[in-house]
Design a protein. Structure first.
Lengths: 273, 273
């Protein structure tokens, strides 16, 4: 098993250090010499877009992607229109911050109608594509774990995300592979191969046992059952060489000092990814 | 949408009234005129096999299935052997109680090795089949929700369960369709069609929003986002006419008096299934 030789692809998704502001996360990465950061829109909004850009530029960080746009599935046309508008604002933010990729989360199931929800996701992406292209921003569709189908994403498998993404060129729409969401899938490695150059991001955490919580139950890399290196090597094999983004929602990790969390991540990264 | 005309297929899975002993659950079904019951082995063990059989016979109930056997995936051969032995005892219990079907749960992921776990499940079923046949007992493979992959079942889709079951005749090995576990699957209706006469059981509950808990977050039928009637009609269309088994793990439902829970189930059953 070949280890990664350096931290050049390591990326901190700022949800992992949730108590840190954007500025604190940027400074934390700079101190730890982590070259990449993944941003959340609520954290950008706290300090403003221009200030965010300045902090990131001053620290010499690169931005992997911004989370999130999409959330297309709503039962009223007015609400769907509103969400598309919000995604257009997100595209502008991505362009302004030079991130390149907007992470697209499909949205949940309104009114017990999962088929319509899935149709609205496809339509929403179709409508966003021209706007994203005009800004040179890619849309990265992230399938979420099936346990989030009702509330967050009716796109629950990499096969679905691939089917949606492959309607477009890979420099326009692609997929995000997050191990926490897809590790259980019997078709995972086949779908990674099929995704190929459409892979726009790679998120890592772990599935811990016992699983403490639906939302905040992700584990530190290496603490769970996911074959992290095997999945990373499958992405290597199809040519993905972008950032490897550590995204962990876990209250006990949030309660630790950010610098200590980054130190553990860097140790585990070489050991497990 | 055609409603069910009677309660002749209604089945109480006794996990829904967890505070009731087997005797209390049997008596509760008899009072409510629910004709079917699904049993758990721990509840049978509490009062003994012969006593269980007598209570069920006296009440004139039919037993849909017994939960559970399987749990094949363990990293040591000795432990796998032990679990096979336990499943053989479960087959004997099913035969003794005239249930017909043993629900098979695959088992989780030991040592970060999901591929081996899946292989052990297939091997375990293969080894159980002759024993089950000698007792006239069917094995019903139940795919569990992917959120249980690590701890309970590496069989997480109906496609996987079908692939395992279809190695055998439908009077030997089949599948259990539990809406809570499979509702999110983009390939669900196709897989129900493929399952066809291999369907040995149908479990219902609901996926509620927000989802309160990984294990005890199932909802009363009608309280969530699952298209219960659509799924039931898909099973009708492939000829499944067996029991419709209400299986709800939910602390707030467990805290209600059993008779009241049964009354709500009967109302919701005609309205939503």
């Amino acid at each position: 098993m070949e280890r990664l030789a350096s931290f050049e692809r390591l990326c901190l998704n700022q949800a992992t250090t949730k108590k840190w502001s954007l500025q604190e996360a940027v400074e934390g990465c700079a101190r730890a010499e982590i070259p990449w950061i993944g941003l959340w829109r609520d954290k950008i909004a706290e300090i403003g877009l221009k200030e965010s850009r300045q902090f990131i530029r001053d620290a010499g960080l690169r931005v992997s992607s911004i989370i999130s746009g999409g959330w297309f599935s709503a039962s009223s046309a007015a609400e769907r229109h509103k969400r598309l508008d919000d995604s257009r604002r997100a595209i502008e933010e991505v362009a302004e911050l030079g991130a390149g990729v907007l992470v697209i989360v499909g949205g949940g199931v309104p009114d017990r109608d999962i088929d319509s929800a899935r149709k609205w996701v496809a339509e929403g992406i179709e409508q966003l594509v021209p706007y994203a292209q005009s800004y040179g921003v890619k849309l990265g569709i992230e399938p979420l774990h099936p346990m989030y189908a009702a509330e967050r994403s009716v796109v629950v498998t990499l096969a679905q995300a691939n089917e949606l993404a492959k309607r477009y060129r890979p420099d326009v729409v692609g997929v995000i592979v997050d191990v926490f969401h897809v590790w259980w899938d019997p078709d995972l490695y086949n779908q990674i191969t099929l995704a190929g150059e459409h892979i726009l991001g790679f998120h890592v955490s772990d599935w811990i046992v016992p699983t403490p919580d639906l939302l905040l139950g992700r584990g530190m890399i290496g603490d769970g059952v996911i074959e992290l290196r095997r999945i990373r090597k499958a992405l290597d094999a199809v040519g993905y060489q972008g950032p490897i983004e550590v995204e962990i929602f876990n209250q006990s990790i949030w309660d630790q000092p950010g610098d200590e969390v980054l130190a553990v991540i860097m140790e585990r990264y070489l050991e497990h990814i």
